[in-house]
Design a protein around this ligand. Sequence first.
Ligand SMILES: [Ca+2]
Ligand SMILES: [Ca+2]
Ligand SMILES: [Ca+2]
Ligand SMILES: [Zn+2]
Length: 619
Amino acid sequence: MKRLPFALAVACLLAGARPGFSLSIAPATPDERVQNAAAICHATVLGAESFRSEADGRIHTRTWLRVNEAFKGKFPATITVIHRGGRVGEEGEVSSDAPRLNAGDERLFLLGQRADGTLFVDNGSSGAPALARAGAVKPASVSVTDPNAVALLSAARTRYPSATGPDLTAQAASLRVPLAVPGLSTNASGVSRRFTAGDRGEPIEYLVDADALPAGLTQAQALNAVSNAFRAWANVTSLRFAFAGVTSFGVAAANVSTNDGRIRLQLHDNFNYISGSSTLGIGGTSFSGFASGGEGGSIAGNEFMLCKRGYLVMKHTQAALQTLSSFEEVLCHEIGHVLSMDHSSENPSEPNTTLQQATMYFQVHADGRGATLGSYDPPVVQQAYPTNNTPPYGYHRMLHVVTAAAAPSITGINEVEMRGYDLQTNSLTLSVVSSTANNGSFSLGGSTLRFTPSAFFSDSTRLDPAGTGFYDRALLRYSDGTNSSPFIEVRVLSFNADTFSDGMPDNWMTQFFGSANPGAGSLRGPNDDNDGDGVSNRNEFRLGTSPVDANSVLRFTSTSATGLNWLATAYEVYEVEATTDFTNWFRAGNPVVPTTTNGSFTNFPASTNRLFFRVLRVP
Ligand SMILES: [Ca+2]
Ligand SMILES: [Ca+2]
Ligand SMILES: [Ca+2]
Ligand SMILES: [Zn+2]
């Protein structure tokens, strides 16, 4: 049930040469290899989906290709190739002989054919050398830069001047998947990833490790370059970035495993993270979510996974970075990678000036431009971070389900109130995306999500709200009409027997009153207020407070001119509201989800008036 974020480092910025191509297969001449292949074509990757084979129970991935030119074999317009490995739900498998194919890739495919007729790429990635990279604007003609591809293409053309060979019509792709977000780095299904702090009006914080710098640069110059590089992207998106300080990371920035939503910029490579001889810097993110996206919200119909953290490493020993404007340009480029940008082109003699002049071009321009974006870059990044309509957002919820012989139908028991927010509108639509409901059923009425257990269950183990486990789970999301929020999880974390069907579980009654029976003593009924703190016993159960301690109640524990603290239940959602006149209340900031019993709010809104605050536990 656990999903682990998996890391991805995006390709590097190269100063000149391309990395070498390595093979671990038996040596063969290009002509021998094209003769050994069952079929050969030049094709573009359209998309992919993983599935569990009914035959062997294992995970496979089928990839759809659009055939541009056939060399060997009679090809339909699209074909399917199948390999071991991939991800199904939250389970993944990798196979080293599966080629790494991404939507938009244009490659020469040397294919093998299995006894059942299905196709596979012969000899892994070496059987599918890249012909060109797809960008937002495609070059008119294919340019071949990989020497392996040049040799194989030439051998295929010579050996098979007209397409002859097996009839592959039966292997036509069953589905066409468009490249959803051209120019963004994606998984094999064309799904990219994004940070969501900006959707909540919150900045993405960044930390800088400046333990070493390119020779001649001062720390002040370097930090100013970092600030300029972030501003270039902030100016064309809804994003804001906030400097969180200079600190030594102690390891390569990519290897910091704290998924705190921050971006870590390491302005040096003291940890020798970068191996490419001409690489100036790298940028990447760690992300998580379903392979089909959703945890990062959707923008105009395109689903995204969620970025958990970002990182950037600069090869400070490269002489090219000693020029401040080039240092700034490379920072800007690598931040683009952190924001999911792919290269505009990796063609060293790119004829399209829009692609060649892009900040995301694979080679540094080193022409004094610094952090100045090209015309290519803004519309590409805006696919993930639009300028003026951000997706809605909400907060994950948890349920401790009460079960009884007759399932209690009591307001607030076995249900949560969903709240959605959006920086532009209050008009949001809530829907259930999917649910895992093995022990009951979820139902949505208005904004109330109810779980009805299917039986009178005895007490279960209580799962950790900080973890990812659940007994049952619903995924919901808000839509603003154009964009949708990240999936909002509502997880069932425990089942609790309630013999007396009053909504207060036996284990809770026994803990505080010594008996599960509300009739065993005075003031133990659900509507009684045993400790006289103004909150009924059943509402104390709902709040997570003690029904026999008047100090244990939703209350402020400290207030000051800079912050509020209150007694909270960890991982519940609290809204903070403010007023000047006790009539009109407004949200003082985003809701707070404490991770301890201390709720805390410090981000007071600017006001020239005296403000009064109240905290509401979202039911
Ligand atoms: Ca919106
Ligand atoms: Ca009470
Ligand atoms: Ca109490
Ligand atoms: Zn790059």
